[in-house]
Write a protein that binds this ligand. Structure first.
Ligand code: NAD
Length: 498
């Protein structure tokens, strides 16, 4: 939750971040204005020159230093994540652990991926040495969400930093304390220049950053905001990477390990109170194992509870307004012939939502088509996996997906129109730092993580260096008729055969 105070005396406007379990104020932060953002970007320009000149080795050392600080103070960061989002300490730890893996990978691999590589010069230009290397963009603006306030923005920040950019980071208004902690600890490892800076505030501050002339915007958040960001970024032709919402599907084939698939469904749907962009929201199950699968999911869901006490498997909804969306999706599904085999309308409480499993829900209903972002899941029976693939792909989103199958796992995974697919384990791709992560359709475009994530925050620079002059000059007015004839013969020998 957040609240804003407007100051009448002209002093700085501020807002509070609040504990979603109690509404207690966790911290008070400035609402940064367009001028504040412009000053940060200006400072970042100088920092970027210094950081990029340090070179891969020294940058990697600094990033390793930061990694050590984050790791040693993991408990401290978990507490802030817990206070601002309501998620249990152990979930915060899992999220931060994955982020540390990515930080380590980006620091270690930046030089190998982005440094100079030789390319074949080809027959026509055999006298040239061709190479490509990736240069930093300059200043990257990162705009983050609240649901994974460490893992998600660091997926852009650490890769942008490892590629040699300075970063101005606008965390969600729900999690400014997490953002501040990350920026402060980075400054301990890199005290010389403000290579990673924080700006705080609401959407207007994010819009100011998008408009500020940064060299790229890395946005993670809802599809709706992603569209606004693209429109704003277009004013300056600022490139963007958009990591937006999802409506991830799981396929369960007849030969799947049903116990593992049921476990993955319940955890994938309910962990972090379902507030996971790659959470499992829809499941398509082969009719031969449907009843068995549903009864396992029901059993497991009954052992899971949302609450603010230490025994609860997940916490309250971070953003109170999401309660209405979830209630709306459940009510609509039930009104249109769906059945709740676990939970239902009453599962939506004052702060928490209890696990809800819906069956027989029409495919065109909101619970199947729109991002619910709550601990709910729909399960549908399909006659075969081809129908499962068709229904899974019938979505405007395409972020992640999961397949539980023995024989056809790889084949089904390839046919799903999503950026990433996990086979026989939930969300596993998110923990593999060498894999790219990103969406299709309304889930966005561009990639963070892995080599693709490093390249996303750099520009390729191609260099052709002449090693010796050609006996016949092609790129000169001195080119003769004889050269043209020779060239025509040469190209015919090379490419003229059918
Ligand atoms: P959101 O779109 O409401 O906000 C995200 C960020 O954008 C916040 O920092 C917000 O202040 C800022 N913002 C809002 N309006 C802006 C504007 N006009 N210009 C610039 N910035 C603006 O999203 P949220 O509620 O914080 O996060 C939840 C959403 O994020 C869900 O849809 C979820 O699926 C998605 N998400 C996606 C990924 C992914 O990797 N694809 C990861 C996590 C979350």
């Amino acid at each position: 939750m957040t609240t804003m105070q407007r100051q009448r005396d002209g002093s700085e406007e501020t807002f509070d971040s609040r504990d979603p379990a109690t509404d207690d104020v966790v911290g008070t932060y400035p609402v940064h204005t367009t001028e504040d953002v412009a000053e940060s970007v200006e400072r970042a320009r100088r920092a970027a020159d210094w950081w990029s000149a340090l070179g891969y080795q020294q940058r990697a050392e600094r990033l390793r230093l930061w990694k050590g600080i984050v790791t040693r103070r993991l408990d401290q960061l978990c507490e802030i994540v817990h206070a601002e989002t309501g998620k249990p300490h152990s979930d915060a730890q899992l999220e931060i652990t994955l982020a540390i893996e990515h930080l380590a990978w980006a620091a270690k691999n930046a030089k190998k991926i982005l440094g100079a590589h030789r390319r074949p010069a080809g027959n026509l230009m055999a006298n040239q040495a061709a190479s490509v290397e990736h240069h930093p963009l300059g200043v990257v603006g990162v705009i983050g969400p609240w649901n994974y306030p460490v893992y998600t923005p660091l997926g852009s920040i650490t890769y942008a930093l490892a590629a040699g950019n300075a970063v101005v980071f606008k965390p969600s208004e729900f999690t400014p304390g997490v953002g501040k902690w990350l920026v402060d600890t980075f400054a301990e490892a890199v005290p010389e220049y403000p290579v990673l800076q924080l700006v705080t505030g609401y959407g207007d501050t994010g819009a100011a950053l998008t408009r500020s002339g940064v060299d790229k915007i890395a946005f993670t958040g809802s599809t709706e905001t992603g569209k606004k960001i693209m429109a704003t970024a277009a004013e300056n032709l600022t490139p963007v990477v958009i990591e937006a919402g999802g409506k991830d599907a799981m396929l369960v084939d007849a030969d799947a390990d049903l116990e593992a698939a049921a476990d993955a469904t319940v955890w994938g749907a309910c962990s972090n109170a379902g507030q996971t962009c790659i959470g499992v929201e829809r499941v398509y199950v082969h009719e031969r194992v449907y009843d068995d699968f549903v009864s396992r999911v029901v059993d497991k869901s009954n052992g899971v509870r949302g609450g603010s006490d230490s025994d609860a498997e997940y916490g309250p909804m971070t953003m109170r307004s999401q309660l209405d969306v979830i209630r709306g999706h459940i009510s609509d599904a039930l009104a249109r012939g769906g059945r709740a085999v676990v939970g239902g309308r009453d599962a939506v409480q004052e702060r928490e939502v209890q696990p809800t499993v819906l069956v027989d829900v029409p495919e065109d209903s909101a619970a199947v088509q729109e991002e619910t972002f709550g601990p709910t899941v729909t399960i549908a029976r399909v006659p075969d996996m081809d129908e499962g693939v068709r229904r899974a792909n019938n979505s405007r989103y395409g972020l992640g997906s999961t397949v539980f199958a023995k024989r056809r796992g790889m084949e089904l995974a390839r046919r799903l129109r999503t950026g990433q697919t996990a086979i026989n384990a939930p969300l596993s791709f998110a923990g593999i730092a060498s894999l790219p992560f990103g969406g299709v359709g309304d889930s966005g475009f561009g990639r963070i993580h892995g080599p693709e994530g490093l390249r996303e925050f750099s520009r390729p620079k191609a260099i052709a260096r002449q090693r010796f002059p050609m006996p016949v000059a092609l790129t000169s007015f001195a080119r003769s008729e004889k050269t043209d004839t020779l060239l025509a013969k040469f190209i015919t020998i090379l490419h003229g055969n059918r």
